[in-house]
Design a protein around this ligand. Structure first.
Ligand SMILES: Cc1cc2nc3c(=O)[nH]c(=O)nc-3n(C[C@H](O)[C@H](O)[C@H](O)COP(=O)(O)O)c2cc1C
Length: 192
């Protein structure tokens, strides 16, 4: 049951020195590939990083998060910038009618950058994290890194951005499940 997997999930930042077999990595990626996306655009690429030297370089671009170096696998979730011509600006104007004029006038390059479909990469990432747990592999999301330098390091094309990184591995020590807010503190029914 998926709820049982979700209850097992927690962030792990201390990984055992053990490689993840490639067939498990493939399953994790497959879980991401099956994600939904706006207009089924699938505006993402998944960078599978197992090279220790490259993992270390990425960790160095993540503001002293040296724990990342213990991970045997990083998956870099890259966003593909969807061009203005795909109608994104009109969608944003309808979502935020109050800013119609500003959105219309915004410089194209800046608009494209701000209109990153970055939030969408959270969906395949979430699929991957849950799929990994099924095989005893834990993970931690990483947003706190220099996006532009990591994108350059990986040689991404100019319309791609390294939006998120997830570190995967087997836990070195016993995992710790963190408390979550109670349901009644999170949910409202009909009106707030
Ligand atoms: C989008 C996102 C970005 C995150 N970025 C970082 C990060 O840069 N470094 C880090 O150590 N943890 C990061 N985390 C992990 C959170 O700190 C962690 O999920 C949170 O404390 C809850 O703990 P849990 O995952 O064990 O439930 C991130 C989590 C999410 C969802």
């Amino acid at each position: 049951m998926i709820i049982e997997l979700l209850k097992k999930r927690c962030s792990v930042r201390n990984f055992a020195n053990e490689e993840i077999p490639y067939d498990i990595i493939k399953e994790i990626i497959e879980a991401g590939r099956l994600s939904p996306s706006g207009g089924n655009e699938q505006p993402w690429r998944f960078g599978v990083i197992r090279d220790k030297e490259l993992i270390n370089k990425i960790a160095d671009l993540a503001y002293n998060q040296s724990w990342i170096k213990s991970a045997p696998l990083l998956i870099v979730l890259c966003t593909v910038i969807v061009g203005d011509d795909r109608g994104g600006r009109d969608i944003q104007k309808r979502r935020f009618p109050r800013f119609n004029e500003e959105i219309e006038e915004m410089d194209k390059a800046l608009y494209s950058y701000l209109n990153l479909e970055e939030h969408q990469t959270k969906i395949p990432g979430t699929h991957m994290v849950i799929s990994a747990i099924e095989n005893g592999i834990y993970s931690t999301w990483i947003s706190y890194f220099d996006v532009e330098r990591v994108s350059r390091l990986l040689g991404l094309p100019s319309n791609h951005v390294a939006a998120e990184i997830i570190a995967f591995g087997y836990p070195e020590v016993e995992v710790r499940i963190r408390a979550k807010k109670e349901m009644e503190d999170l949910v409202f029914y009909n009106y707030y």
